[in-house]
Design a protein around this ligand. Structure first.
Ligand code: FES
Length: 147
């Protein structure tokens, strides 16, 4: 594959390979990153850089549900980002990057969920929630606990 992952086709291959690798353990282990780099003949540093740049990839173990709260500018201007983040931290007794002791929830703050027009937004694993209010977040948590 060469060293250059700026090539759109190669970049797509890398993103796909990382996605598939993450499915196996729920996060990208060092071994998985090594394997992707080897199979695509790419520098490990570039693979790692890509894995840590995109919010959809995780390089550490996480809870069953990963709550990604956007603290980007649009969500901030919509007046909800801090409220949601503070609510979740208080409700789940978590700081960003932590997982609840029961392994159910992890909290992450991210820069943008590509949902700026319908902010504030939060992603839970592969599901995006938009136009959020505290009440809706509470309902989502209740549903996840029961699921
Ligand atoms: S800034 Fe929040 S979705 Fe883009």
């Amino acid at each position: 594959m060469g060293k250059n992952v700026q090539d759109p086709a190669k970049r797509t291959m890398l993103l796909t390979a990382l996605y598939v690798a993450q499915e196996q353990n729920g996060y990208l282990t060092r071994e998985a990153l090594d394997r992707v780099a080897e199979r695509l003949n790419t520098d490990l540093a570039q693979v790692y850089e890509t894995a840590t740049f995109y919010s959809m990839y995780r390089t550490h173990p996480s809870g069953r549900y990963v709550l990604q709260v956007c603290e980007g500018l649009s969500c901030h201007l919509a007046g909800g980002a801090e409220l949601l983040a503070e609510y979740l931290q208080h409700k789940l007794h978590l700081r960003p990057g932590e997982t609840t002791p029961d392994g159910l929830f992890s909290l992450e703050l991210v820069e943008c969920l590509a949902s700026c027009g319908t902010s504030p937004a939060m992603r839970v694993n592969d599901t995006l929630y938009e136009n959020l209010t505290i009440d809706r977040v509470e309902m989502i948590l209740d549903e996840l606990r029961g699921g």
